[in-house]
Design a protein around this ligand. Structure first.
Ligand SMILES: Cc1ncc(COP(=O)(O)O)c(C=O)c1O
Length: 462
């Protein structure tokens, strides 16, 4: 392995060359530049690079091994030892981390992922890598690769009824980037607050707050967002999940959809439609089309590949009115120079060949079966509880009987090796929240779901 290390020696120094090499390596380890486990160049290569005799480097390495800074293994070269500069592990309170030791992980988000279509992705990636011209390696257009914008316009129109031409669409690093840019646009326009659903995504509330806007919680009931409450606030922007409310799973009723669009028309308000779980819909009733189609001039429609493929791709998209799209991209140019091109082209190919449709058909069949397993288990083992909301997405909302101590149930569940999230954290006023669980079930076998719910039955608080 022809490794290189940024190092220099001073030839006319009173410090010997061997000592200079030793001092350099010790200092770089001490300052955290040379990390535990880092493999160093061979003595021959370093001697060549420094233009010194090989015995100088051999002696320096040998001394550092003797002092415990380096270790040399037959065939594995010379490395910085593992234990020297390892940083202490910082304990974290994130539920995802706590779930690591739990036998059953029912947490939504994070690791709650269906299988990634590796073979299909690899095929698409290979095809675009082999056929792409030099443009694929240049800086990407800020709004996204034209090929992907075209495929997204076709796909979103066909599957979600979105009314947008390719030039109305921009590719983003997930919904989160779209939200971050929108917050900046709104702030620049003098908008200080945005309505958010309550319960809603706690991370998004915090994100909005840290972006300098005030998230104003608006109640959600069995028909979705309370549009009357929104109208009473005088707000000029609102963030909604109309198809599958996060986390309750409710679908915005037709009357509320109309009322929301009327609100936007009457006030000039902006609706941010978070269509986060894309084509994941396995309910019997037909999936409502995107709200955006009712008022493209007032709605920013946003989607993501995070639920249907993988959040690690950081791939999302918006369809927005032209002026607003221009503003979003102007602000984006302050932050980054676009989304990596080959990933965009591979995704475009996945859409073009109908492979995403096929993947989603498989996912939906799997998710439907897991949802049924959850419904059966809840009916059998949690009397008085009920799975509510549309059968869609990667999670379900389980309402618990009124008297349930949600916090005790969550803590007891973890002791029984079941990691589960209570609904309180999703509410703006957690103490007033009716008890419920938000359960991620995309990655679990049916038998695992049944076993985990059976364990919940034995836990105090139920
Ligand atoms: C409500 C909601 N919106 C959007 C997203 C996706 O965000 P991103 O596309 O940045 O991964 C998630 C992911 O967990 C979500 O729960």
């Amino acid at each position: 392995m022809a490794l290189h290390m940024a190092m220099d020696v001073v030839r006319d120094s009173h410090v010997s060359l061997t000592a200079q090499i030793q001092d350099f390596i010790k200092r770089e380890i001490g300052e955290g530049a040379l990390h535990p486990g880092t493999r160093l160049p061979s003595s021959r290569r370093l001697a060549d690079d420094l233009d010194v005799s090989r015995s100088v480097v051999v002696e320096a390495y040998g001394q550092l091994v003797a002092e415990g800074y380096l270790e040399a293994a037959q065939g594995a070269g010379t490395r910085v030892v593992q234990h020297l500069t390892a940083r202490p592990v910082v304990p974290t309170l994130l539920e995802e981390d706590r779930a690591a030791g739990a036998r059953w992980d029912l947490l939504p988000g994070g690791g709650n992922l269906p299988a990634f279509p590796r073979r299909e992705w690899l095929g698409c990636y290979e095809r675009v890598l082999c056929s792409a011209g030099p443009d694929a390696h240049a800086y990407p257009p800020l709004a996204g690769a034209p090929g992907l914008r075209t495929e997204l316009a076709r796909y979103l129109g066909r599957v979600r009824g979105v009314r947008a031409a390719p030039q109305d669409i921009a590719v983003m690093a997930g919904f989160s980037q779209a939200l971050a840019l929108l917050c900046e646009v709104l702030r620049e326009q003098g908008v200080g607050a945005i309505g958010v659903e309550d319960p809603g995504h706690p991370g998004q509330r915090q994100f909005i707050r840290e972006s300098g806007l005030r998230p104003v919680p608006l109640p959600v009931d069995d028909r979705g967002l309370d549009v009357g409450a929104l109208a009473a606030t005088g707000l000029r922007a609102v963030l909604v999940t109309p198809a599958h409310q996060y986390p309750t799973g409710m679908t915005l009723s037709p009357e509320r959809r109309e009322a929301l669009v009327r609100w936007a028309h009457d006030t000039g308000g902006l609706i941010v439609e978070d269509d986060y779980d894309g084509g994941l819909w396995y309910a019997r009733e037909p999936r409502p089309l995107a709200l955006q189609r009712l008022a493209p001039e007032h709605v920013v429609y946003a989607g993501t590949a995070s639920k249907t493929l993988a959040p690690g791709l950081r791939l999302g998209w918006v369809a927005a009115p032209p002026e607003l799209l221009g503003l979003l991209l102007r602000i984006r140019a302050r932050h980054d120079l676009g989304t990596e091109t080959l990933t965009q082209l591979a995704f475009a190919e996945l859409l073009r060949c109908g492979l995403l449709d096929r993947h989603l058909r498989r996912l939906n069949a799997q998710a439907r079966s897991r949802r049924h397993a959850l419904e059966e288990a809840v009916r059998r083992d949690l009397p008085g509880a009920a799975v509510t909301g549309a059968a869609a997405g990667l999670h379900s909302y389980v309402r618990l009987p009124r008297h349930t101590d949600e916090a005790a149930l969550v803590a007891g569940a973890l002791r029984a090796s079941v990691a589960v999230r209570g609904a309180a954290a999703f509410h703006a006023r957690p103490l007033a929240a009716p008890p419920a669980l938000v359960i991620g079930h995309a990655h679990l076998p049916r038998s695992g779901i049944a076993e985990a719910v059976r364990l919940l039955r034995g836990v105090r608080g139920c």
